[in-house]
Design a protein around this ligand. Structure first.
Ligand code: HEM
Length: 323
């Protein structure tokens, strides 16, 4: 009994530490499915763990999918919709072509539908998956407010303008995310998701040749690391370069790589020099706990951006098409 009480207190403290009141934020709630689908969180977690044990390399793609969902039309599962003859959907936009793991979301949605048909939105499943992936990979635990509805619009043209380009510098990124209500601190913390996964050569080859009017090669790249990037690109545009020492471990090594001028993306490397972001990069590189705390807060903040509620959206039967 005493152990149970301690457990409840710990959960409550965890909720407060995440900056949430017990009833949630933005109309969403931590207990949204308490009476309608009480097991949803465990169904998602069990399946994420199972899938990542088989293919840990899906960790990066699945977290990235949640980000690409939230930045375009809010976190409403719009990235999951398939194109139709009359509509080129978000997932077929250039910036989304390297997204992977859609079948994982289908699989988990199907498991959830077996227990609670028509109750849990694809947008909520995506947010829960991202949370479980982070935890599975060694990152922080956080609580996801739920109650997002799925959107009915998914247009490739939206994704083209609403996802930040990898050629942006830190101040352009700060402006970009600022329009969505995110701060420079959120930006740096969220960029820490690049501790997972890899970038394709096509996302950084612009740094290696014809970089700008004064430099053929991006001068911020460490000379030894330049050789590594060139070697990766020698294998072709789709060859992958991990952001740090491991594509599957969630830690603060990505920030340590930036300090050593070993950032893979131009956009990432500029975070280590811009006066508004440099200090944060150093803090996160030196202190994993601070990074974890800021990351979990920023993920919750990103996860509730422009969410659709009530009749503004729907609960899709399958994540790939509007009901
Ligand atoms: C804000 C500016 C950001 C930019 C410019 C950016 C850009 C990119 C680019 C260019 C790639 C490589 C894509 C490829 O080559 O296929 C990538 C990968 C990735 N991004 Fe970001 N990103 C940003 C923010 C974020 C955020 C906020 C998250 C999640 C919270 C995130 C998570 C990831 C992950 C996990 C990968 C690896 C995916 C994989 O392994 O397939 N990124 N990002």
């Amino acid at each position: 009994m005493a152990r149970n009480n301690l457990f409840v207190v710990l959960i409550f403290l965890g909720i407060l530490a995440n900056g949430l009141g017990p009833f949630g934020v933005n109309g969403l709630s931590l207990t949204y499915y308490l009476f309608t689908c009480p097991l949803v969180e465990s169904i998602v977690k069990v399946n994420v763990d199972k899938i990542l044990r088989i293919d840990p390399g899906l960790a990066g793609p699945l977290v990235r999918m949640h980000f690409h969902d939230c930045f375009v039309e809010g976190c409403d599962g719009s990235v999951l919709i398939d194109s139709t003859p009359g509509n080129k959907a978000e997932k077929d936009a250039e910036s989304n072509l390297s997204l992977r793991g859609f079948e994982v979301i289908d699989e988990i949605k199907a498991e959830v539908e077996k227990r609670c048909p028509g109750i849990v939105s694809c947008a909520d499943i995506l947010a829960l998956v991202a949370k479980d992936v982070v935890l599975f990979s060694g990152g922080p635990m956080f609580f996801v407010p739920k109650g997002r509805k799925d959107g009915r619009r998914s247009k490739a043209a939206d994704a083209l303008v609403k996802l930040p380009p990898f050629t942006s510098n830190a101040s352009q990124l700060i402006d970009f995310v600022g329009k969505l209500g995110l701060t420079a601190q959120d930006l740096v913390a969220l960029s820490g998701a690049h501790t997972l996964g890899a970038a394709r050569c096509s996302s950084f080859k612009h740094r290696l040749k014809n970089f700008n009017a004064t430099h053929d090669i991006d001068p911020s790249i460490d000379p030894e690391f330049l050789k590594v990037l060139n070697k990766t690109c020698a294998a072709g545009d789709t060859a992958e370069q991990p952001f740090d020492g491991s594509i599957i471990q969630f830690n603060n090594e990505y920030f340590q790589a930036l300090q050593k001028n070993k950032g893979v993306l131009f956009s990432d490397q500029t975070l280590a020099t811009n006066p508004k972001t440099k200090e944060l990069v150093d803090t996160y590189a030196n202190n994993r706990a601070v990074f974890f705390l800021d990351f979990q807060r920023a993920m919750i903040k990103m996860g509730i951006m422009n969410v659709k509620e009530g009749s503004n959206g729907e609960v899709r039967k399958t994540c790939r098409k509007i009901n």
